[in-house]
Write a protein that binds this ligand. Structure first.
Ligand code: FES
Length: 124
């Protein structure tokens, strides 16, 4: 038997804006420990490895930050707090049920466009 691949990847936006930048970002002094909290929670629950947390740059939903994307499923969670992370791990990652109340609004997260359709839209 080989090494099992992860069941989930959690992409946590770790972008912070430079001081004075008007655009919001996912990492501020108030939210800078959320990735660490997520990783510790996965370790405490004994599921690190089958759930792989990944630090990413901007996921282009800055106004809804702090955000993280759970794959598979394209589930984007917004306005994260430690309490929300606890519930997402318990209910979604362990329980298999998406925590709908924390999922991004559909107007900010419409159905994906295929790369082929995007090329057509660009006239290629
Ligand atoms: S800074 Fe996190 S989505 Fe843009």
């Amino acid at each position: 038997m080989g090494i099992p691949q992860p069941a989930f990847y959690i992409f946590k936006c770790e972008q912070s804006a430079p001081p004075g930048m008007p655009k919001p970002s996912c990492v501020t002094p108030q939210t800078q420990d959320l990735f660490q909290y997520l990783a510790q929670k996965l370790m405490q629950d004994g599921i690190m490895g089958t759930v792989q947390p990944i630090r990413t740059a901007c996921l282009n939903r800055c106004n809804a930050g702090p955000v993280m994307l759970v794959e598979p499923g394209h589930t984007m969670y917004t306005r994260l707090t430690k309490e929300k992370i606890d519930r997402i791990i318990t209910e979604h990652i362990l329980g298999g049920v998406v925590v709908e109340e924390f999922v991004i609004e559909s107007e900010l997260w419409d159905a994906p466009m295929s790369p082929c359709d995007m090329q057509k839209q660009m006239g290629r």
